[in-house]
Design a binder for this molecule. Structure first.
Ligand SMILES: Nc1ncnc2c1ncn2[C@@H]1O[C@H](COP(=O)(O)OP(=O)(O)OP(=O)(O)O)[C@@H](O)[C@H]1O
Length: 176
């Protein structure tokens, strides 16, 4: 039985044909049958449902990740707002010289909002891919819940930012 590859082994040892196999090999090697592959046998080259393309190395993975972030920034108004809010909160924290733990909390909370907005965008795309422009109650539930998750995280970020940044800001204002 073939031993599962680690990520490093896979990228060093795997021939490019394993990542981009011809269609016939794709079906046999990747076993696109209905037979489930035991988890212990899963490797990088026999993913149950391989993607149209798989990133061949870490650098290319980063490129795709950046493409996703750029897409969200260019197309999602809310993502742009979250980016500006994050930049403002972190700049303010640095300017007010709040302590390291507080900066970490502000950064993590802001990152959570941006991450959820990215996931919301991803989910919207998958839902649109599945149902197109037709109405479906489950599509509505999926999109509304994802939007709700973003909203809750944004409210939490505002509260965290307010609790951490407002006291030193007010103190500074009174000191002037
Ligand atoms: N296929 C669908 N079936 C049913 N309702 C839908 C469907 N597509 C969108 N909706 C409804 O319209 C709302 C807006 O959908 P849309 O895809 O425009 O999200 P959005 O406004 O871009 O969300 P966000 O502002 O978070 O990016 C959804 O929250 C949902 O209530």
């Amino acid at each position: 039985m073939k031993a599962p590859l680690t990520m490093t082994q896979a990228s060093v040892n795997m021939p490019s044909t394993a990542l981009f196999p011809p269609s016939s090999a794709f079906r046999t090697n990747n076993r696109l049958s209905e037979t489930p592959i035991p988890t212990s046998e899963l490797t990088l080259d026999n993913r149950r449902y391989p993607a149209w393309q798989i990133a061949p190395n870490l650098l290319v993975s980063f490129k795709y990740a950046w493409a996703g972030i750029s897409y969200a920034f260019l197309t999602q108004r809310n993502f742009r707002i979250h980016t500006i809010m994050t930049a403002t909160a972190i700049s303010l924290g640095l300017f007010l010289q709040v302590n390291g733990v507080s900066m970490a909390i502000v950064s993590l909370t802001c990152a959570l909002v941006m991450v959820l907005e990215l996931l919301n965008t991803a989910l919207e795309s998958v839902v649109d891919l599945a149902v197109g422009q037709s109405y479906h109650e489950l599509a509505k539930i999926a999109k509304d819940c994802a939007a709700g998750a973003v909203m809750i995280s944004a409210i939490a970020a505002l509260l965290v930012g307010g609790f951490i940044l407002c006291p030193p800001l007010v103190a500074l204002a009174f000191a002037l």
